[in-house]
Design a protein around this ligand. Structure first.
Ligand SMILES: [Zn+2]
Length: 125
């Protein structure tokens, strides 16, 4: 079983910032940039060629909401959506990266701090 299915089954912990019946949204353990987030479907799909379009559309709808939340929480300067398939795809379970970018970034922020900042914003809605 891949690591994302284990996260969905709660066999592995994650810094979850949103979830519903269809998707789970959590911080990437390797924070390439502050607030680097992954959106995955709860049902196992391998990649773009495997996922159904309803789920795909829903993932992008959630992506926009999460991008707004991350903007409020972290005030990034830009945000990149990235999705790898086959070669370059580390985990063979569909996942969409949301990668905030910054003109100037404080390198000292750790994942726990970032998580707490985002959660404090999402709980005030
Ligand atoms: Zn999976």
């Amino acid at each position: 079983m891949d690591i994302f299915c284990k996260i969905i089954n709660k066999e592995v912990n994650s810094y979850t910032i949103y979830e519903d019946d269809i998707v789970k949204v959590f911080l990437d353990v390797n924070q390439k940039h502050k607030g680097h987030t992954l959106i995955i479907p709860k049902k196992h799909y391998v990649n773009l060629f495997d996922i159904d379009t309803d789920t795909l559309n829903y993932i992008f709808k959630v992506a926009r909401n999460i991008a707004v939340l991350l903007k409020e929480a972290l005030n990034y300067d830009g945000i990149t959506l990235l999705q790898n398939n086959d070669y370059g795809q580390e985990v063979k379970h569909f996942h969409l990266h949301l990668i905030p970018t910054y003109e100037k970034e404080n390198e000292n922020s750790n994942i726990e701090e970032i998580y707490n900042i985002i959660k404090s914003k999402s709980s005030t809605r």
